[in-house]
Design a protein around this ligand. Structure first.
Ligand SMILES: C[S@@+](CC[C@H](N)C(=O)[O-])C[C@H]1O[C@@H](n2cnc3c(N)ncnc32)[C@H](O)[C@@H]1O
Length: 232
């Protein structure tokens, strides 16, 4: 990663990921990382997004929206609540002349613009006690403050043959997501998983995770999973 003035350029579409798009970011915008890459790979494994109408919910830099557009999507809507993320994603999309509409907003706006053939989301999912409020990763005491309403909205967001790919940590509760998706009348399954060492955010949250028994003592890695949801 290199710093140019106040713009951070991610030059780490690491060597073993030759198709990973490079994005630049305003400060404070999420850097695409293992969870983003795992979801991008899951989209590829699902056959891409040829001609699909795609939603990238919680787009950050626009990394997944760009991945979908490059995978042949007909139209991509990218949403984020952060102004900086929206500006960043717009610039990344415009510089590539890709069919991506980047909007500021949350689920209400997603529903307004749906339904979608493919819904992608790498939402904030880190459990945090009362203090944490960084929208890039903090997601309430159980890490589900954005994920749960998203799961509940999937029947409205998805077109009849549509599917969703959602990524999050094991600490957010894989069973909970599968049950939530099922309660919404959809079928859910884990389609990708990867164990990764704790990054700085989880390192800082570890004592809280242990306190609320979401993580065992002595662990230094987490499993990140991609869940697919579709109508039965
Ligand atoms: C983990 S980052 C993912 C960014 C990007 N998708 C990626 O994989 O690189 C989560 C993003 O969700 C955004 N966000 C948080 N809460 C949101 C909400 N309720 N609605 C829309 N976006 C939200 C944050 O601003 C942040 O950009």
């Amino acid at each position: 990663m290199e710093l140019r003035g106040d713009v951070t350029v991610t030059t780490s579409p690491v060597l073993d990921r030759p198709n990973t798009p490079r994005v630049w970011r305003l400060p404070g915008v999420y850097r695409p990382q293992e969870d983003s890459f795992l979801l991008a790979r899951a989209l590829h494994d699902a056959g891409g997004a040829q001609d699909a109408k795609v939603l990238d919910f919680c787009t950050g830099s626009g990394f997944l929206a760009i991945t979908a557009a490059k995978a042949g999507a007909g139209a991509v809507t990218a949403l984020d609540i952060s102004r900086r993320a929206v500006l960043t994603a717009r610039a990344n999309a415009l510089s590539r002349r890709l069919p991506i509409s980047v909007l500021r907003g949350s689920l209400d706006k997603a529903v307004e613009h749906g339904p979608f053939d493919v819904v992608l989301s790498n939402p904030p999912y880190v459990p945090v006690d009362g203090e944490g409020k960084d929208p890039r990763w903090d997601a309430g005491p159980d890490g589900r403050s954005v994920l749960d309403p998203l799961c509940d909205s999937l029947p409205t967001l998805l077109s009849p043959d549509g599917f969703a790919l959602l990524v999050h940590s094991e600490f957010t509760g894989v069973e909970e997501t599968l049950e939530r998706v099922q309660a919404a009348g959809l079928a859910g399954s884990v389609v990708a998983r990867e164990r990764i060492p704790f990054g700085p955010v989880l390192q800082r949250r570890l004592s809280y995770l242990q306190e609320v028994e979401l993580a065992e003592r002595g662990v230094d890695s987490e499993e990140v999973v991609v869940i697919r949801a579709a109508r039965i």
